[in-house]
Ligand binder design. Structure first.
Ligand SMILES: *Cc1c(COP(=O)(O)O)cnc(C)c1O
Length: 398
């Protein structure tokens, strides 16, 4: 079923205020998400936070079911965590490394992940090794395969990097990781919500994602998936009375399910909003979302590439709904500011977020425009025209 654009837009209040091409930063929340958060905040205000939680226990439990359905996982394999970074951290810092152990990652790895690699490498003597890219700019499966040996203790890859349309070959990486019995941690922060994600088909052991990007959930929400067989092998870096039980004076018992990675206290209204966001995405269908969002992005790339002085910078064979470009003679942040002045939201991707990959291309910053299925064709045209004027302004200024 194709997306009913009129309905998608009428259920997105933000569409009346901004031309929002920043779904890779934070998507516009649809009404059911806003309603779920509001309803619970109101309930907390009226009857108290604990009583509200008790009354909504069924809905809160259903959030795990929804995320499990989204990923083709089991509810017991899901932990709700306040953002993707901490979700990823809870998995990564649960692993132990010895001197000489190898961590394989991708060229376009996200800064927060890479900083964590560097910290753990410094503490343990493990080494971090980026797998080279293939000729399309994606992680090379052949190179990965050639790097596997028994010192490789983790493969940690970003599925869709923050800085462009690239989609790394997650399922191919999963096949290699499985065959070598190496844990595979997938950062799916940018892919969840814009395309179907099936953890069984991908073959990852751990996956982290955020609520606010393409899923269109509230800020301050995220989740971690850990494959059932992997949960018992991961000791969370932090424990509390929810992650573990204090069963005797000197003894505690860690939970058996993925909630061992959670804390007791949480933003309950946000979790309910996240659940609503997942249900809403599932209602549209992730395949329909992917088809429309990818198609709009492709049209946007064509429109931008036709503007003199504009260079589209996306890598990869099949590209997702993240479009990056540069305007000759105009710094990326100046372009973003000029667009913001017209109520057009984009963000910029800088070398600080994906250093290895951007430095290798000699790029300091790019403008990042990320449409979604609720973006209209008219908005794509209006955006392209606005970028055209900015690019032309440069010629006038000369
Ligand atoms: C945004 C992003 C993150 C971080 O997500 P948070 O929810 O902000 O912690 C991690 N990895 C990638 C690839 C991202 O784009």
């Amino acid at each position: 079923m194709p997306i009913d654009l009129a309905r998608a837009r009428s259920q997105t209040p933000g569409c009346g205020h901004v031309l929002h091409l920043d779904n890779a930063g934070a998507g516009l929340m649809p009404e059911p998400v806003i309603e779920a958060v509001r309803r619970h905040l109101t309930l907390e205000a009226e009857i108290g936070g604990y009583a509200a939680e008790t009354r909504e226990a069924g809905r809160i439990a259903a959030v795990y079911d929804s995320i499990a359905r989204l990923l083709n996982a089991e509810p017991g394999e899901i932990a709700l965590i306040e953002n993707a970074t901490r979700a990823w951290d809870m998995a990564f810092y649960a692993l132990s490394f010895e001197p000489g152990d190898r961590i394989l990652t991708a060229m376009a790895e996200y800064a927060s992940n890479y900083i964590a690699f560097l910290q753990v490498a410094r503490r343990t003597g493990a080494v971090v090794e980026p797998v080279p890219n293939d000729e399309t700019g994606a992680l090379s499966l052949a190179a990965l395969e050639a790097m596997i040996d028994d010192r490789v203790k983790l493969i940690a890859i970003t599925h869709v990097p923050t800085n462009g349309g690239l989609i790394n070959p997650a399922a191919g990486i999963g096949r290699i990781a499985r065959a070598a019995r190496i844990p595979f941690l997938l950062d799916a922060c940018q892919s969840v919500g814009q395309m179907p994600i099936d953890v069984a088909a991908i073959g990852c052991d751990m996956l982290s994602a955020t609520g606010r990007k393409f899923l269109r959930g509230p800020r301050g929400t995220g989740f971690l998936y850990v494959r059932r067989g992997m949960i018992g092998r991961l000791e969370p870096p932090f424990l509390d009375l929810h992650a573990a039980s204090w069963v005797a004076r000197d003894r505690y018992q860690i939970r058996a399910d993925a909630r061992r990675f959670e804390t007791w206290e949480s933003y309950v209204a946000g979790r309910l909003g996240l659940g609503a966001a997942v249900d809403y995405a599932l209602e549209w269908g992730l395949e329909a979302i992917r088809a429309r969002a990818f198609g709009l992005a492709e049209g946007l790339r064509e429109g931008l590439a036709a503007i003199p002085g504009v260079t589209v910078a996306d890598l990869g064979r099949e590209k997702c709904a993240i479009v990056t470009f540069a305007v000759e003679g105009r710094p990326a942040d100046a372009v973003a500011r000029a667009l913001a002045a017209q109520a057009i939201n984009v963000s910029t991707s800088t070398v600080r977020s994906t250093r290895l990959e951007m430095a290798a291309r000699g790029i300091d910053a790019l403008v990042r425009a990320s449409p979604h299925y609720y973006t209209s064709e008219e908005e794509i045209e209006r955006f392209t025209a606005a970028v055209g004027e900015i690019a032309q302004g440069r010629r006038v200024a000369r």
